[in-house]
Design a protein around this ligand. Structure first.
Ligand code: AP5
Ligand code: MG
Length: 219
């Protein structure tokens, strides 16, 4: 299986579809946002250092991310491929990532650009609930993404919660940060010939999205 990177604005569905692929292909889903939230939830000194920036939607320093990610990619479950969600987020990270891949003897693989309209993404973020234990995302307003039982994770049965950065002000800041930093990566990867594009629409179910993703993985 190829390594897969998801590039997309906030609340486009990176986490949701990464989990689907994780189950389908039995490869790990690695979200830099989840790695950082774990540090905050555990209250480590790193967690305390980054908590405020995460709450307000600022990017965390490249050094911190590089360190966390490199350690994660060394783990054995990454040997047969993985899905990277939320990284790289700027050209500097993309270049660091290539050095990391070379040192770990891994390939770049495929980059999937997941397009979504801003209003649609905002609406998804405002009603999102997440599992702090396994990282799954659900939505309290959108039928196809409601948890089976209110407030409980379908996957690990942990209590769901709202993310601290899921309010309108922070969402807009995250979206602007995405446009300023991350969208440049689309050309970067297009020129390398590894970019595949799909669009996430309002009524797409998990099955529809999985088919769209499998279409670009296999082409
Ligand atoms: P991160 O956790 O990566 O957040 P993000 O990029 O803002 O993306 P989200 O997690 O909000 O959205 P998603 O695309 O995963 O959507 P989801 O599947 O949940 O980063 C958070 C912060 O960490 C950053 O702001 C930054 O501070 C820091 N950070 C992380 N990585 C970093 C890096 N590399 N460098 C520096 N800083 C970094 O879906 C959203 C909602 O929509 C859910 O409710 C879901 O149920 C619903 N949904 C999904 N699909 C559909 C559909 N088809 N129809 C209807 N609803 C749907
Ligand atoms: Mg996510």
């Amino acid at each position: 299986m190829k390594n897969i990177i998801f590039i997309a604005p906030p609340a486009a569905g990176k986490g949701t579809y990464s989990k689907l692929l994780q189950d389908k292909y039995n490869i790990p889903h690695i979200s830099t946002g989840d790695l950082l939230r774990d540090e905050v939830n555990k209250g480590t000194s790193l967690g305390q250092e980054i908590a405020e920036d995460m709450k307000t939607g600022k990017l965390i320093s490249d050094d911190i991310i590089t360190n966390l990610l490199k350690n994660r990619l060394k783990e054995e479950d990454c040997n047969n491929g993985y899905i990277l969600d939320g990284y790289p987020r700027n050209i500097a990270q993309a270049k660091t990532y290539e050095e990391m891949l070379a040192s770990l003897n891994k390939d770049l693989g495929l980059v999937i650009y997941l397009e979504v309209d801003k209003d649609l993404a905002l609406n998804r973020a405002l009603y999102r609930v997440v599992c702090p234990n396994c990282g799954a995302s659900f939505n309290t307003k959108i039928d196809a993404f409601k948890p089976k039982e209110d407030g409980i994770c379908d996957i690990c049965h942990h209590q769901l919660e709202t993310r601290k950065d899921d309010n309108e002000q922070t969402f807009l800041k995250r979206f602007d940060t995405y446009l300023e930093n991350t969208s440049a990566l689309i050309n970067y990867y297009q020129e390398k010939g590894v970019l595949r594009k799909i669009k996430s629409e309002n009524n797409d179910t998990n099955e529809i999205m999985l088919n769209k993703i499998r279409g670009v993985i296999n082409d």
